[in-house]
Design a protein around this ligand. Structure first.
Ligand SMILES: Cc1ncc(COP(=O)(O)O)c(C=O)c1O
Length: 153
């Protein structure tokens, strides 16, 4: 069976005029770092997520790093994550000085298997980073339930 790969070109074609106009606005305003466009994006994305705040960053790697720092994760801590992910997940954990602890995936979803989290937990565990791969979400209800039941959350 031939399953076509995600078509980024088609997605771009749909958004092209909007993207080009936004890039033109940024260049016209010579506002390449932060500025009005970023503020507008942050407000709009926070609104979309029905949350109070949004901090826009330059990359997914830095977003993961900042999330960990804001949770005071650092040296000596362990963060449970999935082995089936891009390297940035483990990198962000390592940048803080903490240790990534890998668990296996649920073969049905390719995402972190919640049933394996307990085995990976130690008295140094401070967080769990599930990853939602291939358009499917990890079992967040179960994972959040496990995290909330612990003393470290
Ligand atoms: C699952 C996952 N997390 C994090 C990242 C890192 O994002 P960025 O390349 O923007 O740093 C990627 C990038 O492909 C990713 O696939």
């Amino acid at each position: 069976m031939n399953v076509p790969y995600f078509d980024l070109k088609a997605q771009y074609a749909e958004l092209r005029s909007e993207i080009c106009a936004a890039i033109d606005r940024v260049c016209q305003n010579v506002s390449f770092i932060l500025g009005e466009e970023v503020t507008r994006f942050e407000e709009s994305f926070a609104n979309y997520c029905e949350t109070k705040h949004c901090v826009a960053l330059n990359s997914g790697t830095n977003a993961l790093h900042l999330a960990l720092l804001s949770a005071c994760i650092g040296p000596g801590d362990e963060v449970i994550t999935t082995a089936n992910t891009f390297i940035a997940t483990a990198e962000a954990i390592s940048y803080t000085g903490a240790t990534p602890v890998f668990t296996d995936i649920d073969p049905a979803t390719a995402n972190l298997d919640p049933a394996l989290i307990e085995h990976a937990t130690t008295n140094r565990t401070r967080a769990i980073i599930p990853v939602h791969l291939y358009g499917g979400t990890a079992d967040l209800d179960t994972i959040l339930g496990i995290a909330k039941a612990t003393s470290w959350s």
